[in-house]
Design a protein around this ligand. Structure first.
Ligand SMILES: [Zn+2]
Length: 360
């Protein structure tokens, strides 16, 4: 009997002891700074201990303004994380789904400010399809000077370098991009640049001139398919040397003035014709390029050129981007993949290049 009583007493003491200790421990956790609030938001004990090891009380208060942060550890241990910016990181994270890297970049860059309208502008830019992180400062500058432009226009115009005047901030184009190289009023070719694959254009396809082989072969395919359907095309002007462009441009300037000449003729080094990848096209029998727009051949080209890797390089209503008047006759070979995207998304080559070529 005695043994059993003692045994029961020991058990009872054990149970009471366990309960008391447990209660004390719970009490301790509850006493930790805002433990219950952190639990309510959804943090588990491991995460809470981690939070205590990283954040002081004022920063815990900041953390608790926001919903559960799944990526908290990645944020706090990011190489560019700054504790002073904690609230801005979290606020931005709350409003927009973008990479942590982008959030940290934007916040650290001071592009994220206390001004709500400003933040909303930055956030709406980031959501835009063609937003380029590296150009953020330029977007903001451009926006400041052009407050009536929409976010979409700001992105589009800066991507096309329109925040710079034509023929300013120019640089040599990266010819290693091959068929994707860009030549326009910001990117030029050296005087000595000659495509290394020039071939003669056969008389059945056009004028007795030269063109880059890759573009020429694509054109032959296009030409033959068009002909089978009853459309007769003619290459009027493909490759032009730097020297030839110099003569051409100077003559236009003499007869029409520099300002006008610049709208339709490129300055030497800035002509796409020097790449060998561009060609002015007509319908056979046309006596001038201007006649091409009203031919059935042009309608066919407009619909089909991209299937062979060509784009209408200077489209209507995009003059302010390309810097050239609408040229129904001027086609540029960029390859099938690029041409398809440009056609389907209705982009100029300037916009395509910034986002799809230069970025990579
Ligand atoms: Zn042309």
């Amino acid at each position: 009997m005695k043994k059993i009583t003692i045994f029961i007493i020991i058990i009872v003491i054990g149970v009471i002891g366990f309960l008391v200790l447990n209660k004390v421990q719970n009490k301790n956790e509850e006493n930790k700074y805002r433990y219950n609030d952190l639990t309510k938001v959804g943090y588990n004990d491991d995460e809470i201990n981690y939070i205590y090891s990283k954040l002081d009380e004022s920063n815990i208060n900041i953390l608790l303004r926001y919903s559960y942060q799944k990526e908290l550890k990645n944020l706090l241990e990011h190489k560019d994380f700054k504790m002073n910016n904690l609230n801005n990181y979290l606020e931005m994270k709350d409003k927009i789904t973008i990479d942590l890297d982008d959030i940290i970049y934007i916040v650290n860059d001071n592009s994220y400010k206390e001004d709500i309208t400003y933040n909303e502008f930055v956030i709406s830019m980031i959501k835009e399809e063609y937003y380029l992180k590296d150009r953020l400062d330029r977007y903001i500058d451009y926006h400041t000077k052009n407050t009536k432009k929409t976010v979409k226009e700001v992105i589009q115009n800066v991507n096309a370098n329109l925040d710079y005047e034509f023929y300013t901030n120019t640089s040599s184009t990266d010819t290693s991009k091959g068929t994707l190289m860009i030549v326009n009023k910001y990117y030029k070719l050296d005087e000595s640049y000659v495509p290394d694959d020039l071939v003669d254009v056969e008389s059945k396809y056009g004028a007795n001139k030269q063109m880059s082989k890759v573009a020429y072969e694509a054109f032959i395919e296009l030409f033959n398919d068009a002909q089978k359907q009853g459309y007769n095309l003619y290459i009027a002007s493909p490759y032009r040397s730097y020297q030839y462009q110099t003569t051409l441009y100077n003559n236009y300037v003499k007869s029409d003035g520099k300002k006008n000449a610049d709208t339709y003729s490129a300055r030497p080094g800035y002509s796409e014709h020097q790449t060998g990848l561009a060609a002015d096209v007509m319908a056979r029998g046309n006596s001038s390029l201007n006649e091409f727009e009203n031919t059935k051949e042009f309608k066919w080209m407009k619909k089909n050129a991209y299937k062979y890797g060509f784009i209408l390089r200077y489209p209507e209503n995009k003059e302010y981007i390309t810097g050239y008047i609408y040229e129904p006759w001027h086609y540029r070979y960029v390859g099938k993949e690029a041409a398809k995207t440009i056609y389907e998304k209705n982009l100029t080559y300037e916009e395509y290049y910034a986002y799809y070529v230069d970025k990579k």
